[in-house]
Design a protein around this ligand. Sequence first.
Ligand SMILES: NC(=O)c1ccc[n+]([C@@H]2O[C@H](COP(=O)([O-])OP(=O)(O)OC[C@H]3O[C@@H](n4cnc5c(N)ncnc54)[C@H](OP(=O)(O)O)[C@@H]3O)[C@@H](O)[C@H]2O)c1
Length: 338
Amino acid sequence: MGYVEVPRHRLYVKAATSDWVTGQRPGEMYIAEHLLKTGKHSVTAIARPSSTSKLSKGVHVVRVDYSGDEDAALVDALRGHEVLIITISVAARNDTISKFVRAAAKAGVPYVLPNWFGHDATNDTLCNDNLLCHNRDSIGAEIESLVICSYLLLVCKFWYGFSLGGGLDRYGFDFKKRSFVLFDDDNVAINTSTWPQCGRAIANLLSLKELPDHETDGSPTLLQFRNGSIYMSSFRLSQHDMFESVKRVTGTTDPDWTITHESAEQRWADGQAALQQGNMKAFPKLLYSRMFFPNGDGDYQSNPGLHNDLLGLTVEELDESTAIGVPMGENGEVAQSH
Ligand SMILES: NC(=O)c1ccc[n+]([C@@H]2O[C@H](COP(=O)([O-])OP(=O)(O)OC[C@H]3O[C@@H](n4cnc5c(N)ncnc54)[C@H](OP(=O)(O)O)[C@@H]3O)[C@@H](O)[C@H]2O)c1
């Protein structure tokens, strides 16, 4: 069997302009910057006409109104590109991802990252308990049915700085009040990833050759991830590990903190009840507390394992990453609703 090597030296599109894609934090690089830094890719951002998002230098911007049924402008913006990375707000209309995916198929874009940046998509119970199965299954089925495109799911779990600084309902810290909620015995380890590590993972993934050179070539290819998951992580941490790092970074000790204990399972049930009553702000509580159940669902490093080495990801320093999350919490930079 012969293979045709498709040159993938340029042209990536991302729809929408999340902070973590084209972040403006000094000294940090996110997805767009990491893609550009390889010298192999160019990046186009699709922004709404009303967009006020700041974009990284070198990113080409196309403004498209994708609110209606007409998709010609979207298809035009996508034509000639090889990957569509959708990083769109959860506030966008439910059919928006589907609209992007259908436009990508019309434009002949072969790979799509369909706004899935977190959970282990192969863990049905976890996805079901976190109300993510419907999205996962519908978008996966749609992409497969369109045949032209394949999906790539980034399993990075919760973003570390964002979650550390994201309030009591995320990793349990309130930096303004110096209070900390410990879930159960604080020793359940979960995987968590920084924005720069997500950027490196995506850039290195998309820089892999697409196909093997010959039948016995076992080196990594993009093809091996087709319609599947990429497992990456910065750290495998318990709340105890996070708290120890926070104390080192802030120069505090236990007596400086108000510490309370709660059951992760009870928090998850409370979050679910609140959501059922229409309180969408309870979603982070449901998501995060479920990850700290002691059954190991939040730890995909132990099983099935990580692609960090395959992707050439660097080992990061925990306290440096903690030092980024703490001010995010102190300054209230993270939205409290998901
Ligand atoms: N792993 C984690 O811990 C974690 C945490 C949060 C989010 N996520 C995931 O990351 C992805 C992106 O989320 P995000 O929080 O980065 O998104 P975001 O910053 O809230 O929004 C990203 C962009 O979406 C565009 N957009 C389109 N329709 C919009 C609407 N109706 N309202 C607001 N913005 C709209 C905007 O771009 P323009 O204005 O430029 O057009 C906006 O800049 C989602 O898949 C989300 O689930 C993961």
